[in-house]
Structures are given as structure tokens and as C-alpha cells.
Design a protein around this ligand. Structure first.
Ligand code: CDT
Length: 307
């Protein structure tokens, strides 16, 4: 018998600064209900799905941005999303900014089962951008100011009758993210993202954003024999154009569903977890073919060392 999970990738259009949490949660619930009509088991929302992408502004006193962070999950404002998902019998994955009781700030994603129980919390490992104000930029990407990197790494959890892992946005560009999960037998990787089209350090990459997005997720899926669900918050948010192109990628590396707009849009695919074994049991039989004895540099060094 095959293990099919019907997955909805719930892309969001922009969330502007003046949009309230309540309005955003209503949009998420609308997407959940659309997913229910498509018989989804699991809906994946983007990175920082409750607010605008606030690291585009630099604020000297970080506590002035506390309102962008969640101090509890669920909270009174997000509880209706949890309640509706449970009522519909749909699990979900949600990205948000987290402020812990002891003052740590993380870029976080949680996985919730169909019965409403929280399966796991993942905190972003690879934090891109810069930590100081760069006033000459048209917009900031100060994630390294607003979030600390997780020391917990990449877990894989049993949920939805599958082995599920999570990563967030920039994590998808690093092969190590997928491989650490691949070594735990991952079958389904869930990834929310906010990717500005304009990349100031090298604008020649702007027209390649869509290509690079697909390139990394398709190769990560194929090389680890895993499904990958990448979900954007796209469109023009506070004057910054961000990539859409949410996609569901099979363990073969093929895209089986892709968003056509940069707005709120649900794409759906029936994902057979047993497809993974065709890759992990053949070409990518890690136990048989990997050579960790010559991969030492991967964990012993960070940057390039030229002899
Ligand atoms: N949110 C996020 O991680 N965005 C990055 C932008 C990189 S440019 C600073 C990404 O990898 O898409």
C-alpha cells in the first residue's frame, strides 16, 4: 500500500506593515478551507507568515520590534487557526518570529498534526544578510540582527505516517541542510521562504532568483530521495518585490506543482512517500555508496582554506 499525503503549499501574497495579525490569520484560515476542499492532509505556510518581512528595516532599539515576534504559540490571535485546522482534520506548518521568555529571538517554524498536537519546532540555522545598519541599501536584509542561529540543527520527526524535516528559506541553498536530514531518513522536507528579487551584493543574480530557487530544491530533493515543499511569501511587500514560484518537488527532482501568481495561492499534490525508496534504495543508497571517511572537511572547517 502506498503512503500518500495530499499536501497543500499555501503561498501568501504580501503582508503590509499595517495589516493586523487578525487579518493575516483570516487569510491563513481561508487557505486552510480551500485546502480542505482539495482533501489536503497537510498545509504548508511560508516563513514569517504572520507579519511583514520586518528585517527589511533597521531599528536601533530592537525591543521596538517586539510586536513582530510571538511569545507563545498558539496565542489568543493564532488560536483560531489551530482550532480550524483541527476541526478540518488538516495538519499545518507555520513560520513566525519567536521571542523566548529568556529574550532569545529565532526565525521559527512549527509542525502541527491533524489532531492539533504540535509535533516539532524548528529554528532557522543559516541566517543570511547582515547584522548592522547599511543605510545605502534600498532596503535592509538585517536578519542577522533580528535572529540568532539555531544550535539545534536539523531534526526529522515521525508525522503524517512519514519522516518529516523542516528548514527555512536560506537553509534551502545549503546542501548540508538536506543531507543532515537525509542521513535521518527524511521523506518530506517543508520549507517556507521570503526571497527578495533584488540582491544588492550582486544584482546580476536578480534575474536568476527563480532559477536558483528551483535549482537548490530540485537537487536537494533528488540527492536525498525526499519530497521538498517550498512555499513563498511573494509579491510587492512594502515596495520590495519578492519571489513567488512556490513548488512541490518529488524525490526524482521533478516539480509536480508550482504557483503561477505572487498572491495567496494554494497548490496541491498527492505525494507518495514510498517514492523516496526508489532513490534512497538505489542511486542514493547512502550506506552502500557514501564515503564519509573522505568528507572530513565538511564538518571540521567552515570557510575555504587554500593550501
Ligand atoms: N529569508 C531569507 O532567508 N532570504 C534569503 C535572502 C538572501 S539575500 C540576503 C534567501 O536565501 O532567499
Amino acid at each position: 500500500m502506498s503512503r500518500i499525503i495530499t499536501i497543500g503549499a499555501a503561498q501568501l501574497g504580501p503582508i503590509q506593515k499595517e495589516h493586523s495579525r487578525e487579518e493575516v490569520v483570516e487569510r491563513l484560515i481561508h487557505l486552510l478551507r480551500t485546502a480542505a476542499t482539495a482533501s489536503c492532509d497537510l498545509v504548508v505556510f511560508p516563513e514569517l507568515a504572520l507579519t511583514t518581512f520586518f528585517p527589511r528595516w533597521f531599528v536601533e532599539d530592537i525591543s521596538k520590534t517586539d510586536h513582530y515576534y510571538e511569545t507563545e504559540m498558539p496565542s489568543p490571535v493564532t488560536q483560531p487557526l489551530f482550532d480550524e485546522a483541527k476541526r478540518l482534520g488538516i495538519g499545518f506548518c507555520l513560520g513566525y518570529a519567536e521571542l523566548t521568555t529568556d529574550g532569545h529571538r529565532f526565525n521559527t517554524q512549527i509542525l502541527v498534526e491533524k489532531d492539533g498536537s504540535v509535533v516539532a519546532k524548528y529554528r532557522k540555522v543559516h541566517i543570511p544578510g547582515h547584522e548592522h545598519n547599511e543605510p545605502n541599501r534600498p532596503f535592509q536584509h538585517a536578519e542577522r540582527y533580528y535572529f540568532e542561529p539555531s544550535m539545534e540543527g536539523f531534526g526529522v520527526w515521525k508525522a503524517f505516517d512519514a519522516r518529516v524535516g523542516m528548514m527555512i528559506c536560506n537553509d534551502r541553498r545549503w546542501p548540508e541542510s538536506y543531507r543532515v536530514m537525509g542521513l535521518q531518513g527524511v521523506e518530506l522536507i517543508l520549507c517556507g521562504y521570503n526571497t527578495p528579487i533584488h540582491y544588492l551584493p550582486d544584482p546580476s543574480q536578480d534575474i536568476l532568483q527563480g532559477f536558483h530557487n528551483a535549482l537548490v530544491m530540485q537537487s536537494g530533493a533528488y540527492q536525498n530521495g525526499s519530497w521538498v515543499v517550498g512555499v513563498a511569501k511573494g509579491g510587492n511587500e512594502e515596495g520590495v518585490e519578492s519571489l513567488g514560484q512556490s513548488m512541490i518537488v518529488a524525490p526524482s527532482g521533478q516539480i509536480v506543482a508550482q504557483a503561477l501568481t505572487t498572491d495567496d495561492e494554494l497548490i496541491v499534490a498527492r505525494c507518495d512517500m514510498d517514492w523516496c525508496a526508489r532513490y534512497t534504495g538505489t542511486l542514493f543508497d547512502f550506506e552502500k555508496y557514501r564515503r564519509p571517511e573522505v568528507y572530513g572537511r565538511i564538518t571540521s572547517q567552515r570557510g575555504v582554506i587554500k593550501d
